[in-house]
Design a protein around this ligand. Structure first.
Ligand SMILES: Cc1cc2nc3c(=O)[nH]c(=O)nc-3n(C[C@H](O)[C@H](O)[C@H](O)COP(=O)(O)OP(=O)(O)OC[C@H]3O[C@@H](n4cnc5c(N)ncnc54)[C@H](O)[C@@H]3O)c2cc1C
Length: 445
């Protein structure tokens, strides 16, 4: 039976969920706090991008919009590491043909909104900020740009309003609602490597570039216009930190010393450093994600994570896919559907957060460690020969739809096993040998 559904937030997940619900015949109204980004000017010189991987593609495909998105995606089959002395090394992300994809956050959001508006049973409202709710009635009160309030009654209210969700804040007033937030010690700042005059990229296009430096790192993802968006993940406090780099000279010296090959690529590096904002990074956990058959949290509002596995959006998109499957299973029983969604997905919300924290250490530190790179080479060779016995953790997360909670569990078992392999004497010399392969087989069985 068709329902009247309110979605709060026309971000990436809210827009996609609207399309899913509309295709099931529901009447969907999406309320967004910001003005319509399709009419706004892009902030000059800034273009933020995200890595899209298999889970995201699976969810886009289910509603038939993956081909549209593919037109704006740049494949990144490998990561390229930039050492402090300028030496480059590279590591494929998966098997031949496997890649993660760089897409513009704004571009993807605009496309999803346009596709949503194409559905006759979706209405989008901008400059509407959720300020109050009656959760048991799925009622929402929005304030528009003239501070005029509008009461919206619906059958179902979906909170797709991101990390600092207002819907979730109101759920916190419910008895036995669990919530925790954790800010990591690092923040981030975006910088841009502009395109060459002919519009080409200054560094290799089809790769995610990393400058791993132990406790911090810089990464860069390509944009379609030839530019690269760089993100510096850096501690807020300490010897090398946002706090310690106070003057133009300190920033210049720091980059010349630590990221020397970046300096000639960014003409206004120091100005950009001081002009661009520094943002914090956090993990939000909560439970349950529903109130009866009336309210549901989806995307970052339910499981915001740090960005080090490039999975926040992918997890949110996968949530839309899983919810749709459960709607198919439960038909008109929305309470059963929401209950199962919350119980089934919560371990995966926790899983993607644990994986994201784990990958921060891998990216900023391990990718510069020859032992780690050797370990990954051994795993890749083994998994090519015995794909049914071994799928590397990165592949489970980025190139499969295996549940995050399972990937995290299996990944930890694999790591324990690989520690035994890496402690074999002279593993550097014999990693390719039959004896190492046999040892791995013996340890697995
Ligand atoms: C630096 C960084 C890099 C990232 N890189 C990746 C990556 O490579 N790959 C990946 O998969 N993920 C990545 N992510 C995560 C990804 O951005 C998020 O997981 C994703 O945007 C979540 O989508 P969402 O729709 O749930 O939330 P959002 O995108 O935050 O959208 C929420 C929407 O709700 C609106 N809203 C909020 N409050 C209200 C209110 N009261 N009333 C009305 N509207 C409201 C907001 O304006 C917004 O439009 C990254 C995140 C960061 C910070």
């Amino acid at each position: 039976m068709s329902k009247k559904i309110t979605i709060v937030g026309a971000g990436l997940v809210g827009s996609l969920e609207a399309i899913y619900l509309a295709k099931r015949g529901h009447n969907v109204s999406v309320y967004e706090r910001r003005s319509d980004i399709r009419k706004a000017e892009l902030v000059a010189g800034r273009s933020i991008n995200l890595a899209l991987s298999t889970r995201g593609w699976t969810a886009l495909k289910k509603v038939g919009i993956d081909d549209e998105v593919r037109k704006m995606a740049i494949s990144m089959p490998k990561r390229i590491m930039h050492a402090q002395d300028g030496t480059l090394s590279e590591q494929p992300y998966g098997q031949d043909g496997e890649a993660i994809y760089s897409v513009s956050r704004g571009g993807l959001n605009v496309l999803l909104m346009n596709l949503a508006e194409r559905e006759k049973n979706i209405d989008l409202y901008f400059n509407h900020k959720l300020i109050s709710t009656d959760l048991n009635k799925a009622q929402a009160v929005f304030e528009d740009e003239k501070a005029k309030e509008q009461i919206v009654n619906a059958d179902v209210l979906i909170g797709a309003d991101g990390t600092y969700s207002t819907v979730r804040n109101h759920m916190m007033r419910q008895d036995r609602f669990q919530f925790s937030q954790y800010y990591i010690e690092h923040g981030y700042k975006e910088l841009t490597i502009p395109a060459n005059p002919d519009g080409s990229h200054q560094i290799e296009t089809n790769a995610l570039h990393i400058w791993p430096r132990g406790n911090y790192m810089l990464i860069a993802l390509p944009n379609m216009d030839g530019s690269y968006t760089c993100t510096l993940f850096f501690p807020f406090e300490g010897e090398y930190s946002f706090e310690s780099l106070k003057t133009h000279q300190q920033v210049e010296d720091f980059f010349n010393d630590v990221f020397p090959d970046i300096v000639p690529l960014i003409p206004n590096l120091v100005e950009d450093y001081f002009n661009n904002p520094t943002s914090s990074l956090s993990i939000m956990r909560c439970y349950p994600w529903t109130v009866s058959d009336k309210v549901l949290l989806i995307g970052d509002s339910a499981h915001a994570t740090v960005p080090f596995y490039g999975q926040g959006m992918n997890a949110g998109f996968e949530g839309c896919y899983v919810l749709d499957k459960l709607m198919e299973k439960h038909g008109d029983d929305w309470k059963a559907c929401f209950d199962e969604y919350s119980k089934y997905r919560k371990p995966d919300g926790d899983g993607v957060q644990d994986l994201s924290m784990h990958n921060f250490v891998v990216m900023r530190d391990k990718t510069a460690d020859p032992q780690f790179l050797l370990q990954k080479k051994i795993e890749l060779k083994f998994s090519k020969k015995y794909p049914e016995k071994w799928l590397p953790l990165y592949s489970m997360v980025s190139f499969s739809n295996i549940r995050y909670s399972d990937a995290w569990k299996i990944g930890q078992q694999q790591e324990a096993l690989m520690q035994k392999i890496m402690s074999i004497p002279n593993i550097e010399g014999i990693w390719d040998s039959e004896s190492v392969e046999q040892k791995m087989l013996a340890l697995i069985d």
